[in-house]
Design a binder for this molecule. Structure first.
Ligand SMILES: Cc1cc2nc3c(=O)[nH]c(=O)nc-3n(C[C@H](O)[C@H](O)[C@H](O)COP(=O)(O)O)c2cc1C
Length: 193
């Protein structure tokens, strides 16, 4: 069975991302794939800025947050990244969280769910650059919610029905590549051990 993490990539108070992550999680679970889907909320990890000096009193807590985040991300075969678009890129919290990773995500697959004035597409393109460096295989189809038409007053999530098509395609692609890449990881382990 594959494990797919749905990463809620905004920590902003009052964030729209929570409703979007819940939507794609419920949508995915209803497909009855032979897959477990779990939401991972960045706000549950008080990650330090990578490389910043930490006051001694907070060091243990910071180290534990980084370790928990690393272990959680390592436990998945693939990811669905729910990414807000800030200034034509992903938000700082998500970028910092990804900067803490490397082997945990290598040779795994990812699909994107975005939202913004243009569906978060510029954040997706930004993620593609980041993931090529992290050796994550990002799939072609993305789900792109418009802040204007899929949210009432830019805050109440009311997604149009047509997004279901892309959500299915994106999940199909993530599952296919996550399964294939699991074999790649097993093969890589067998030749290096
Ligand atoms: C600092 C900032 C920059 C933003 N820049 C963009 C942008 O470049 N493109 C866009 O479509 N939306 C932009 N937005 C709107 C956000 O995508 C929107 O507020 C979204 O709900 C943010 O995700 P969140 O609510 O889950 O934090 C920006 C919002 C903020 C606060």
């Amino acid at each position: 069975m594959l494990n797919i993490g749905i990463i809620l990539g905004s920590v902003r108070e009052g964030r729209n991302g929570e409703a979007v992550a819940n939507w794609i999680h419920d949508f995915a679970v209803k497909r009855n794939d032979n897959v477990t889907y779990e939401i991972v909320d960045l706000a549950d990890y008080q990650l330090p800025m990578l490389g910043a000096s930490i006051p001694e009193a907070q060091q243990k807590e910071s180290e534990a947050a980084v370790r928990d985040w690393s272990e959680k991300m390592a436990s998945f075969d693939g990811y669905v990244i729910v990414a807000p678009e800030y200034n034509h890129a992903i938000g700082g919290a998500l970028k910092n969280a990804l900067d803490h990773l490397k082997p945990e995500v290598a040779n795994k697959a990812a699909g994107f769910v975005g939202y913004g004035s243009l569906g978060g597409t510029r954040a997706h393109e930004n993620l593609r650059l980041i993931f090529s460096e992290l050796q994550v295989a990002d799939v072609q189809t993305a789900v792109t919610f418009s802040l204007m038409t899929d949210f009432e007053n830019f805050s109440e999530f009311k997604p149009a029905d047509y997004h279901a098509d892309n959500a299915n395609k994106m999940l199909d692609q993530v599952i296919a590549w996550s399964g294939a890449l699991k074999q790649v990881r097993e093969h890589a382990e067998s030749v290096t051990n």
